[in-house]
Ligand binder design. Sequence first.
Ligand code: SF4
Ligand code: SF4
Length: 322
Amino acid sequence: MSKPKVTFYWCASCGGCEETVVDLAEGVLDVVAAVDIVLWPVALDFKYKDIEAMADKSIAVSFINGAVRTSEQEHICKLLRQKSQLVVSFGSCAGSGGIPALANLTNKQDIFTTVYLDNPSLDNKEKKVPKELSREGKYDLTLPSFYDTVYKLDDIIEVDYYLPGCPPTPELIAQAVGAILKNQLPPKGTILSPNKALCSSCKLNDSKPEDIAIKEIKRVIDIKLDPSKCYLAQGVVCMGPATRDGCGVSCINGNMPCTGCFGPTDSVKDQGAEMISALGGIIDADSSEQLNKCFARLPDPAGTFYRYGMSASLLGSKNKKE
Ligand code: SF4
Ligand code: SF4
């Protein structure tokens, strides 16, 4: 019997999700032995035309990481959807836009100006910016369109399952691959990680007072964090109350607050709004002056509350009309 065909594809991402597949260590050998990988641009030299030539639904599962921000990414995602029985959204960027989606606070023109024209480390006297079509000698060169908006994967194609995290843990990946191979899958649309808040697994949860009251928000550079006390109770924004469990509480175990990469639980519509609401309940301020003082040490609210989820947020994008 032939082995199930699998693809790993990346869109706008840092490559960390690909790393975590390799981090399966010896487990990756089990995966490789059990499946037939037919596309994995980061590791293997297959061509898009190999996929185009395959019959529809002949791929068992495609794991797609990264947000969608170019026409090439959109095209390949649609191609993989057509050729695959299952599509798994792999990681925060595919699931909710991730770090790339913070660019939804601006637009293509401003990004190109910052990167190619106003960049002090760039020598670009001719003021060149990438174009979709340009001529080099007698050759036409083409580039994919760069979209104004960064999309999450399910804005572009139907998604069957979601693996959250920046990146998903090797354990969650191994469980997901195992469930797919054994055909023991939960209902379609399931996020393959426990549906409860991270705080419930955190070793510092017992130190969290029933009624937290903080007078100012602090950054980790402002204080010496006490590793035995809940970080939120120390005044540091820890996204644990608004974040889904499943990562092994790795940041807190490494003495850093959670930044929210596993996204929200099923009952939460907007992770950032949930955290702002949680903070609203614990800030001890009687006046707007006190409130402003409290938030004065939070220079990047969007990057704090929506670091991984701008494409899924109620705020959406500055470029809605696209
Ligand atoms: S807020 Fe953060 S540090 Fe406190 S219990 Fe929740 S996850 Fe742990
Ligand atoms: S602690 Fe938070 S930011 Fe860190 S890996 Fe877990 S969910 Fe992601």
